[in-house]
Design a protein around this ligand. Structure first.
Ligand SMILES: [Zn+2]
Length: 260
């Protein structure tokens, strides 16, 4: 049964990854997510269902439109693959429970936010609101039915979580006079609702560390200058995902260091 559900998780990830691609392309252009159906960006021909199978269709078509032969971005299969891997990891960590269900929604919102932030240097408000609502439903359900989740939560944790990282970032924004985007602050407020204050602080610390390391590597490699803007959102999203999956493990280990 374990293998069966693992494969189902991967397949669900690949399929929602396909929808995540639609979000990434249409939300910045303020287009509807539901209509019209997907079409080739070059010739406008509608994409048939058999050419819209996650990852597989890209490989069969060798990355080209069946009608006009123009190139399809490698981003499509990569995002689908990423979502497939995320769903598999989430199933391995959570097992079959409501955590898996809520994180299935949250993870694709985070992937969409990251990709859009990389492309446009902004985090769309609509996606932050979606994260906010999912976060309230997640924490609310967890408080009402703790048995259906992998761990319990105190009622005040989402409340403090909402402010914990976002107020720190707001302070950075004020002190640096605009060096921190409003989108990042709102993102961490929404994430705090389902991560709680410990989780969201772990997300902030791990995301910032990752961002610092990657930025230094990019500057040393000559890909970015010291003054270039590097979007912070994707690193925060990785931090949020990391905290959602491993906060309990990491925090237990950290507390263990001091109580030995
Ligand atoms: Zn075409």
């Amino acid at each position: 049964m374990f293998e069966y559900f693992l494969i189902v998780s991967i397949l669900m990830g690949l399929i929602t990854g396909s929808f995540t691609n639609v979000m990434i392309y249409r939300i910045p252009e303020k287009k509807s997510l539901w209509y019209p159906p997907s079409a080739c960006g070059n010739c406008g021909t509608g994409i048939k269902w058999y050419d819209n199978i996650p990852v597989l269709s890209y490989l069969i078509l060798k990355g080209k439109c069946r009608n006009c032969g123009s190139g399809i971005s490698i981003q499509y299969p990569l995002v689908e693959l990423l979502c497939g891997i995320l769903y598999a990891v989430m199933y391995l960590v959570f097992g079959l429970n409501l955590d898996l269900l809520f994180m299935a929604v949250i993870s694709i919102i985070l992937v969409a936010i990251s990709m859009i932030d990389i492309k446009t240097m902004t985090i769309p408000n609509g996606l932050v609101i979606a994260l906010f609502i999912t976060g309230i439903l997640y924490s609310g359900t967890r408080l009402l039915f703790p048995d259906m989740f992998s761990q319990t939560m105190m009622w005040f944790e989402p409340l403090i979580g909402f402010f914990a990282a976002s107020l720190l970032l707001l302070l950075v924004a004020v002190l640096s006079k605009g060096g921190m985007g409003g989108g990042d602050i709102k993102l961490m407020a929404a994430a705090g609702i389902f991560l709680g204050w410990k989780g969201v602080l772990l997300a902030l610390v791990s995301g910032s560390l990752l961002g610092a390391v990657i930025s230094i590597i990019l500057i040393i490699a000559g890909k970015k200058g010291r003054k270039d803007m590097i979007p912070f959102g994707p690193f925060l999203c990785v931090g949020i995902m990391f905290a959602a999956l491993f906060a309990t493990t990491v925090l237990d280990w950290y507390i263990g260091l001091f109580t030995r």
